[in-house]
Design a protein around this ligand. Structure first.
Ligand SMILES: Cc1ncc(COP(=O)(O)O)c(C=O)c1O
Length: 463
């Protein structure tokens, strides 16, 4: 059917994709997803070599820029030396990486712990569910948040709020009790962000006052809930930033009733907010922390879990508890080790908040000119821009979809040259541009991003 010697045309590839690829493993937002040929820094390039400024970096998986030379070199070096090794043996990169993370967490949160690996965020979340359940004395239920996202394996989707991910498949375990998250822009009117957070904490505490609230047996002093799963900033939920005192309040209630705190850093970790772990902003100690995505800058898959020693040491969580063939693969651990070394030796704690503040100022300026921008907010380089109808409040998913599609056409003219803009869609109503640019983005590139967003708004609002 096709000449194997000649590269397939785009049309031929699309035909094969339609016939042979499952689309169940994709998140196709567009009728015709875009092909890309190469990438570098903050840009993806199409077959004609046209640049697309990427403001989402594979959903915060390539925080340190596409084709980062230092990290690519680490991958090449590992490929040449020890690319494969079974996990019944040891290799130095895995151990050094685990020690680096565990020591960092111990220094920051004062807790001794161990690190455990798997290949993707959702698998690591599943492993964390086992770790928590194993030490929870038979308690199997979890709290998590409306708008929270923890992945799409069977385990992770039980604590992910969107019903869409369970609708076709039903329930395979105890679905979480989903708590309200302080999404201030759509919260109660007349309440500050902090007051809204405090109200949610008070409502949470009240759940434990009576058996009839379905979470606690007051007489036996027992709950069937083992942990609260929380993203420090909601990622897929639309980069929703809670007030800085929120998790302290929640943790007080959790401690009172012996419920653990599991922090999901898969999307917000690795300096996205200006701290290695976003939870560092919130003054609480996690019992368990899950990481993934940018830990390898999007090269070989690797994710993992840090847990307090009492929950994960080999006497309570022995070999084989979650093993998977590729869990601590040498390519992934080698790249992750180099990524963490590079990132922690860098100056991201200073540069990311500075760049984030500059970008947010620019977004605020856009908001003043476009009533369709209902809300902008940011912490470091995790930024949100919520698109609404002209009333500045009614969610406008259609405008979001138009902007994504137009950005990918690659025909925005800057100094006479065509280019594109890559945006990610997030939010409870799929109307939020969740901005996760490269942490190495330059001031000029931020100016360009703002200019391209303005051009897209002009094109799509006025369409
Ligand atoms: C906060 C969070 N947790 C977990 C996951 C799942 O990670 P993965 O897609 O690698 O399974 C994601 C992915 O977007 C995420 O954002």
């Amino acid at each position: 059917m096709y000449d194997a010697a000649a590269p397939l045309t785009e049309a031929e590839l699309r035909e094969l994709d339609a016939q042979y690829c499952s689309w169940g493993d994709t998140v196709h937002y567009m009728d015709e997803p875009k092909f890309f040929e190469s990438c570098e820094g903050s840009y993806m390039f199409d077959a004609e070599g046209r640049p697309y400024l990427d403001l989402q970096m594979w959903y915060s998986t390539v925080n340190f820029g596409y084709a980062n030379p230092r990290l690519n070199a680490a991958a090449h070096a590992q490929l040449n030396r020890l690319p494969q090794v079974a996990s019944s043996h040891l290799h130095r990169e895995k151990i050094e990486l685990a020690a680096l993370i565990a020591r960092d967490v111990e220094a920051k949160f004062g807790r001794k712990g161990r690190v455990h690996f798997n290949v993707g965020g959702a698998q690591a979340i599943d492993d964390s569910l086992k770790i928590v359940r194993n030490s929870a004395g038979g308690r199997t239920r979890m709290f998590s948040f409306q708008g929270g996202y923890h992945g799409r394996t069977l385990g992770a989707s039980t604590i992910t709020s969107s019903y869409r991910y369970r609708r076709r498949f039903g329930h395979f375990g105890d679905t979480a009790h989903f708590l309200e998250f302080p999404y201030a822009f759509r919260g109660p009117k007349g309440m500050s962000k902090e007051e809204y957070g405090e109200k949610i904490v008070a409502d949470f505490a009240r759940l434990f006052e009576s058996d009839f609230h379905a979470v606690y047996d007051v007489k036996a002093e027992q709950s069937e809930f083992a942990a609260l799963y929380a993203e420090p900033i909601q990622g897929t939920g639309g980069y929703v930033i809670p007030p800085l005192n929120f998790f302290k309040g929640m943790k007080k209630v959790l401690d009172q009733y012996g419920v653990m705190l599991v922090v999901d850093e898969v999307q917000m970790g690795m300096y996205r907010t200006g701290k290695l772990w976003a939870i560092e902003y919130f003054g609480v100690q996690p019992d368990v922390m899950v990481f993934g995505k940018s830990v390898t800058n999007g090269l070989n898959p690797l994710a993992g879990v840090w847990a307090r020693d009492e929950l994960i040491n080999p006497t309570v969580f022995p070999p084989g508890s979650t093993h998977s063939t590729f869990n601590a693969n040498p390519m992934g651990t080698a790249v992750a080790l180099e990524t963490l070394r590079m990132a922690t030796q860098g100056d991201y704690e200073r540069t990311v908040p500075e760049k984030g503040a500059y970008f947010l100022d620019g977004l605020k300026e856009l908001q003043r000119r476009w009533p369709q921008i209902g809300d902008v907010d940011g912490l470091g380089l995790a930024l949100r821009c919520e698109l609404c109808q002209a009333d500045g409040f009614t969610p406008d998913k259609a405008l979001m979809d138009r902007m994504v599609a137009e950005g990918l056409k690659g025909d925005l003219l800057v100094d006479g040259k065509p280019m594109g803009l890559i945006l990610n869609v997030g939010g409870y109503y799929k109307n939020v541009i969740t901005l996760a640019p490269s942490l190495d983005i330059t001031k000029d590139e931020i100016d360009l991003a703002l200019k391209l967003l303005d051009m897209l708004l002009r094109r799509c609002v006025e369409a």
